[in-house]
Design a protein around this ligand. Structure first.
Ligand SMILES: [Zn+2]
Length: 287
């Protein structure tokens, strides 16, 4: 394994190690915890806390403190939006704390084996047995927890090949995982089935399933709504078009990057992990 010490995975873990966990009330008994890697949604109530995603293991002490402030209920259910480490690394401790784990079949598949992510220059070893999903599904799955109907649905290949949406029906809140990075360029994992076109399709499905009052929880970035998703869609579609045009003209990747096909969006979307150059590279791979 030629793990790159300056790669994105160590940067993300380092950030989670230092971050304080911020708690954002969303609606009804739903909150979002930010700072543990990917966003973590929490549904509190008599059946115990239900978490969507588990963040990095290094965040356990600070997450535990934040969860205890939300309610004294034990954690009884965890849902993974997809297999990536910044959303599943904490699975083992959350499972040890008493949670069943529900996810798409491909999340279990990738966590069960050694998996390489070229875009991160990183190879993940198989996850410990306790981190593996205990319930998996292929297309749709429903749960009732804390008097809330929860609908899980597979996107098909999008950011990876394991992404699902999670709808809290009564609250009109949807967690779309890493099909949305609010206000920032997204990572796209071609090594496990993601693509720019899959991302765009997933965002279009998100737009088709939400209304003006729906609160949308992204995998990264602040909680948002339809307006933010529309802006994200426009950014993805425009950059895809720009990069496809450059590739069609015979431009190499370096030439395409030099042409700055993302320029219009860089000030807003290029301020996080995925730089304009890296995002151009990700789009170039898929057009
Ligand atoms: Zn991800």
């Amino acid at each position: 394994m030629d793990q790159d010490k300056k790669g994105i995975v160590p940067i993300m873990i380092d950030a989670a190690t230092k971050a304080t966990i911020e708690t954002h009330p969303v609606r009804r008994n739903i909150s979002v915890l930010e700072g543990a890697g990917g966003n973590i949604a929490v549904l509190t109530g008599k059946d115990g806390q239900l978490l969507i995603d588990a963040g990095f293991t290094v965040s356990k002490p600070r997450l535990t403190e934040a969860l205890n402030k939300l309610s004294s209920d034990p954690i009884t259910q965890l849902i993974n939006t997809h297999w990536h480490t910044d959303h599943t690394d904490g699975n083992a401790w959350v499972h040890d704390a008493g949670a069943a784990i529900t996810a798409h079949t491909n999340t279990k598949k990738h966590l069960s084996t050694s998996t390489r992510v070229e875009g991160w220059q990183w190879t993940f070893p198989p996850a410990p047995a306790g981190a593996l999903p205990t319930t998996t599904f292929d297309d749709e799955h429903r749960l009732r927890h804390n008097d809330t109907n929860i609908a899980l649905k597979y996107y098909g290949p999008a950011h990876t090949d394991s992404d699902i949406s999670v709808v809290f029906e009564e609250a009109d809140v949807v967690d779309v995982g890493d099909t949305w990075w609010n206000g920032i360029y997204p990572f796209i994992d071609y090594s496990t089935g993601g693509s720019i076109d899959g991302m765009i399709r997933a965002v279009e499905r998100n737009l088709s399933m939400i209304g003006d009052k729906t609160i949308v929880i992204p995998g990264h970035g602040p909680v948002g709504n339809r307006a933010g998703l529309l802006e994200f869609h426009e950014m993805l579609a425009t950059i895809r078009k720009n990069v496809a045009e450059l590739k069609k003209q015979g431009k190499s990747l370096d030439q395409a990057i030099a042409a700055k096909p993302t320029a219009k969006y860089d000030a807003k979307f290029g301020q996080f992990l995925i730089t304009p150059e890296f995002f151009t590279t990700l789009v170039y791979s898929g057009v």
